[in-house]
Design a protein around this ligand. Structure first.
Ligand SMILES: [Zn+2]
Length: 335
């Protein structure tokens, strides 16, 4: 990305091992993230041409001398942050806050090859080479599924609970899927787009709310005997969405927030009197990868449905345009 609205596909030097704990992957599939749209829209600054992409599945082509768990030829998935998976923070399930945390795809995952640091802790191999139709779902596990899943876990979703989901991007939609898997009784998806509403229902939404802001909060309260949801997933990152999530949640309930926060400031007094738990941040996708890979491998879930446009890597610029204009929910790129 050269700057807002300016994505180019160029020949670059092939990534090489930089540390003995690195692995080099041949990228099989990558994709464009909602968070890639922040710099694309000029809301985050891009100082120089930046290699893009942090979601990937691929085949291990080369490993450093200290790599033990990952082998050449294996099909692997990793998250957007590299982690050692051995420190005390990783052991507690918060690999995105690993003491050795670093970007997992600094060389850019929207690419033919990728260097992944801390390969032993970061990458998880599938049981074998996946069938082609499983690849989109495995790719979803790299970020959007893992993030939606963490949001549901952070919101303490469980049997008997009513869950509200703010955000109808891929993460919000997969938050719906996660809520269903985790046994939620009722799932209220907030969306005003027919195609996204349809997918939300396929993933398990029982109710759709099209109103936003205060009207959206009021509608959720109407649906929950005036109390609000037990659990709310916030998958947008704006002030409006965060306040909507807090206000739509009943006292004692939980908000799981995973939308990357942009200029959100929380009013202390309102938070004080809300009695709502807040938990979230960058999802420790690595914690959930083994379980998510298993659910996908056994075809219990099909999160790959969020990809509604597949393009060759060469057409990445068109993919960004399609997501920016909301013509596509999520774009898969094939190197
Ligand atoms: Zn760690």
């Amino acid at each position: 990305m050269y700057g807002p609205g300016d994505v180019r596909v160029e020949e670059r030097e092939k990534p090489a091992l930089a540390a003995p704990t690195d692995a080099i992957l041949r990228v099989v599939a990558s994709c464009i993230c909602g968070s890639d749209l922040w710099p694309y829209r000029g809301l985050d600054t891009t100082a120089q041409p930046t290699p893009m992409g942090h979601e990937y599945v691929g085949v291990v082509e080369q490993v450093g001398a200290d790599v033990r768990n990952v082998k050449v030829g294996e099909f692997v998935i990793g998250s957007f942050f590299a982690s050692d998976n051995t420190c005390a923070i990783c052991a507690s399930g918060y690999q995105t806050h690993c003491v050795q945390r670093q970007p997992a795809a600094a060389t850019g995952a929207q690419s033919e090859y990728l260097r992944v640091p801390l390969a032993d802790g970061t990458l998880v191999a599938t049981p074998g080479m996946p069938d082609a139709d499983l690849i989109p779902s495995l790719l979803a596990a790299s970020d959007v599924l893992g993030t939606g899943w963490f949001a549901a876990v952070a919101a303490e979703v469980g049997p008997g609970k009513t869950v509200a989901v703010a955000g109808d991007g891929a993460v919000g939609l997969l938050g719906v899927l996660a809520a269903r898997q985790l046994g939620a009784e009722r799932i209220i998806a907030m969306s005003r787009h027919a195609d996204r509403q349809r997918l939300a229902r396929e993933f398990g939404a029982t109710d759709i709310v099209t109103e936003r802001g205060e009207a959206g909060v009021n509608r959720i309260k109407e649906l929950t005997d005036g109390l609000g949801a037990h659990s709310t997933i916030e998958a947008v990152g704006t002030q409006e969405a965060m306040m909507q999530a807090i206000r739509a949640t009943r006292p004692g309930g939980h908000v799981g927030y995973v939308g990357v926060s942009h200029d959100v400031s929380l009013p202390g007094l309102e938070l004080f009197f809300s009695g709502v738990h807040l938990h979230g941040g960058p999802a420790p996708v690595r914690r959930f990868l083994p379980e998510l890979i298993d659910l996908i491998w056994t075809r219990a879930i099909d999160p790959g449905k969020v990809f509604d446009l597949t393009l060759p890597l060469d057409s990445a610029a068109e993919g960004y345009r399609a997501m920016d204009e909301r013509r596509a929910i999520k774009v898969l790129l094939q190197p």
